[in-house]
Design a protein around this ligand. Structure first.
Ligand code: PNS
Length: 164
């Protein structure tokens, strides 16, 4: 059974993340989307919101589940019994950070493999940070986040006090 983890902050999930989930799903028997719960890195969307968005998005994907984690990713991988980590690489500029993270994870858990996947090239400039910035200033996030979640994400970014 090939089980992989796709970890991230997903603050919020973007079309790029969704593209990577669908690509990874084809490669493994089970994909766990791991949502980071890091109290030190204050997220715009609450953990519950980030998880809800991902659960809704992946509801019809039998091979995908969503879980939260804190602490080290390798510890989460061990608990989940995963053999690999999936990370999306949009551009060369992502690579240095991703490479460092992959090598650190390998040092901590040599048997855990990191798999890099490329999202559609039209998504290469899209990040959660960009979505937050555009949305919080009233810009249109159409095409940046999954369409089924667009209104909720846009509403929350315009109304930061409405945290769930
Ligand atoms: O979506 P992000 O914010 O780029 O995801 C980063 C994430 C969650 C994959 C990374 O911060 C992480 O793995 N955090 C857990 C802490 C950890 O394991 N650190 C050691 C490896 S560098």
């Amino acid at each position: 059974m090939l089980k992989a983890i796709y970890p991230g902050s997903f603050d919020p999930v973007t079309v790029g993340h969704w593209d990577i989930i669908r690509r990874a799903e084809r490669l493994v028997d089970h994909l766990v989307v791991g949502v980071l719960n890091n109290p030190e890195k204050r997220a715009t969307f609450s953990l519950a919101e980030r998880v809800d968005f991902l659960r809704e998005l992946t509801a019809s994907s039998a091979k995908v589940s969503v879980a939260t984690f804190d602490g080290l990713l390798v510890d989460f991988a061990r608990i989940q019994g995963a053999h690999s980590i999936v990370r999306g690489v949009r551009a060369f500029s992502d690579f240095e950070y991703e490479f460092q993270m992959a090598l650190m994870n390998r040092k901590l858990m040599p048997e855990l493999e990191t798999i890099f996947l490329m999202p559609k090239e039209e998504y290469s400039a899209i990040s959660s940070r960009m979505v937050r910035q555009v949305g919080s200033m009233g810009g249109d996030v159409r095409g940046l986040v999954p369409e089924s979640l667009r209104e909720r994400i846009a509403h929350r970014l315009r109304n930061p006090q409405d945290v769930a």
